[in-house]
Design a protein around this ligand. Structure first.
Ligand code: CA
Length: 225
């Protein structure tokens, strides 16, 4: 897998270590030391994944993440200096795919990069259209329609809707959705699921299949009768 990765990290020793391990794993790596450099590299490299230090000298990494998210669904693995809960929740809600707290094991970083790329590069054997009521999803083309109206969803919203449409009528717990869609266990931080469900409901307001809240448990997608 020779995917391009942009590493945004101002600490030279961390950047060197991460770059070394990724290159050994046969990734093509470009390095940016600041948010300004990262913007340039992002346009030049069109990376398959970004590794983003949240503590940058010229910007808050989260702001850069939100900026990236405005025009691209490129997966982002964030690096944080300390496990600060508020920051992690913000990062998840900003569209981060995974995070690691420094100091981390570079081998684990490579494993997580591979896992994210596997998850986001289209799951094999899922080209079939999913239809619930007037909502249709084409996983291969990453398209959603409500009747004839095309709905534009962000990556996590799409994956969440796909999870519901694969199991209509079944109650899915917040922890289950967090693990399926965000791909890593994150006990207790289920508010991010609620936020994304709300966004989905807003974007699918005219759908006849509804995401219902099952109090104290989670959510289920209910098809029209
Ligand atoms: Ca830093």
């Amino acid at each position: 897998m020779t995917a391009r990765i942009v590493v945004v990290e101002d600490d030279p020793s961390v950047a060197e270590l991460v770059t070394l391990y990724l290159r050994n794993a046969e990734f093509i790596v470009a390095h940016a030391r600041t948010a300004a450099e990262a913007r340039v590299k992002f346009d030049e490299e069109k990376p398959a994944l970004v590794i983003l230090d949240l503590g940058l000298p010229d910007a808050n990494g989260l702001e850069l993440l939100r900026e990236i998210r405005k025009h691209a669904d490129t997966p982002v693995l964030a690096l944080t200096a300390r496990a600060e809960d508020v920051q992690k929740i913000e990062a998840l809600e900003s569209g981060m795919d995974d995070y690691m707290t420094k100091p981390f094991n570079p081998k684990e970083l490579v494993a997580r990069v591979r896992a994210i790329l596997r998850r986001t590069s289209g799951m094999p054997g899922t080209g079939r259209m999913l239809v619930v009521g007037n909502v249709s999803i084409d996983p291969a083309r990453h398209e959603v329609h409500v009747s004839d109206r095309a709905v534009s969803l962000r990556a996590k919203e799409f994956e969440l809707l796909e999870a519901f449409c694969r199991q209509p009528g079944i109650v899915l717990t917040r922890d289950r959705l967090l693990e399926d869609v965000w791909g890593f266990a994150y006990p207790g931080e289920t508010r991010t699921v609620d936020v994304h469900v709300k966004q989905l409901r807003d974007k699918l307001a005219d759908a006849d299949a509804k995401i219902e809240t099952v109090w104290g448990v989670g959510y289920k997608l209910v098809a029209p009768t």
